[in-house]
Design a protein around this ligand. Structure first.
Ligand SMILES: NC(=O)C1=CN([C@@H]2O[C@H](COP(=O)(O)OP(=O)(O)OC[C@H]3O[C@@H](n4cnc5c(N)ncnc54)[C@H](O)[C@@H]3O)[C@@H](O)[C@H]2O)C=CC1
Ligand SMILES: NCC(=O)COP(=O)(O)O
Length: 326
């Protein structure tokens, strides 16, 4: 099994280049090692010692001394903080190449730098984000599940990048069951949790208060929980969302299945944005990323914290070891 990871360039006008340099500084002695698929000049400008390499073997050799880069050309010059949709093909091309390398076994996993969804959308990119694009690249559309994890909490949003009104309308029993089965299997295979304890959030205040504050719990969430329990899962809920993230409540579960994006991501990022990692479950390739975005407001200032990218690298390497073992 390869011990190297592929790191995508992300949006070159965001903080990706500087956190890449910061992550290399944190990891170049002990690893995990990584190779960047991106523009070497942008990384040099961000302060990194950079070495252009022809392949993964050369990248492994170079990693202790410099950031190894498999070069990729940009269509437009880069000004930090000012993204340009002209670079969309290079940004998505970096992701596609990283996935091909993982599929070929050249790298143990893919770590992605942040992209801007709106910048890619303007260039015609049809996906809401990496997660769905990865499903397509792995020929497994619809199998991908987003999870965010930090040392204190794991959350899976059952509905993801849709307007809140649509998330509520689209919430259904098959969606909850699919996301929970994928999460259960991934916690066993990639995270070494033999019998995952799963907590399911309600959608409405007080988890519907017996149907007086909403009926989704009664009609959708409870039937899904009962079906999953019948499969043998250790699963509880629906829990009132306002109290299920307290320290006492969190001690009772390994993952919280959340009904919409912000229900899970707000507690996670509030608890520990610096160590938060975004993981894609359910795919044949391992993929992690920092939990934050492109941070255009501080790009090029030299103040971006690389901790989340470092945590993403470490988590991808640990997942690869667990997956290999299982
Ligand atoms: N995995 C990915 O590719 C992700 C991409 N995004 C995209 O990023 C873009 C910007 O999203 P926002 O909501 O503004 O979130 P953001 O995470 O980029 O920024 C939110 C705030 O946190 C700060 N921040 C973020 N990362 C930081 C770091 N490493 N060090 C220091 N400060 C940091 C920023 O300066 C900003 O004030 C959007 O287009 C969004 O779609 C957002 C999340 C994940
Ligand atoms: N809020 C999480 C996020 O935006 C990451 O999305 P993705 O690009 O990993 O699909």
């Amino acid at each position: 099994m390869s011990d190297m990871l592929a790191l995508t360039m992300g949006d070159p006008a965001g903080i990706g280049p500087e956190i890449t340099v910061g992550a290399w500084r944190a990891l170049h002695r002990q690893g995990p090692g990584f190779v960047v698929i991106g523009d070497p000049d942008i990384l040099t400008r961000a302060g990194g010692p950079v070495r252009v390499v022809p392949d993964i073997a050369a990248a492994r050799t170079a990693f202790a001394d410099a950031i190894p880069v498999l070069p990729l050309s940009l269509a437009a010059p880069v000004t930090p903080g000012h993204p340009d949709s002209a670079n969309a093909d290079a940004i998505t091309g970096s992701i596609a190449r990283a996935v091909r390398m993982a599929q070929a076994g050249e790298v143990a996993g893919v770590v992605t730098n942040p992209i801007s969804k709106v910048v890619l959308r303007r260039a015609g990119f049809p996906h809401p984000g990496h997660t769905e694009y990865l499903g397509e690249l792995c020929a497994a559309p619809g199998r991908e599940v987003m999870m965010l994890a930090c040392p204190y909490l794991r959350v899976v949003p059952v509905t993801v990048h849709v307007a809140l009104r649509r998330a509520i309308a689209e919430l259904d029993m098959p969606g909850i069951i699919r996301a929970t089965r994928t999460t259960h299997a991934a916690l066993r295979r990639d995270f070494g949790i033999a019998a995952p304890r799963i907590a399911v959030a309600g959608l409405n205040p007080h988890a519907g208060e017996g149907g007086t504050m909403g009926t989704e719990e009664r009609d959708i969430i409870i039937p899904a929980i009962e079906a999953l329990r019948a499969e043998g899962m250790d699963i509880t809920g629906p829990w009132p969302p306002d109290t299920m993230f307290t320290p006492t409540a969190r001690a009772r579960y390994d993952v919280a299945m959340c009904m919409y994006h912000d229900q899970g991501l707000i507690p996670l990022k509030t608890l520990d944005m610096a160590q938060g990692v975004n993981v894609t479950l359910g795919l044949p390739v391992i993929r992690t990323s920092p939990d934050h975005g492109t941070a255009f407001d501080i790009a090029g200032h030299g103040t971006a914290d690389p901790s989340s990218l470092v945590a993403a690298m470490r988590m991808a390497a640990e997942m690869a070891v667990n997956r290999n073992r299982s």
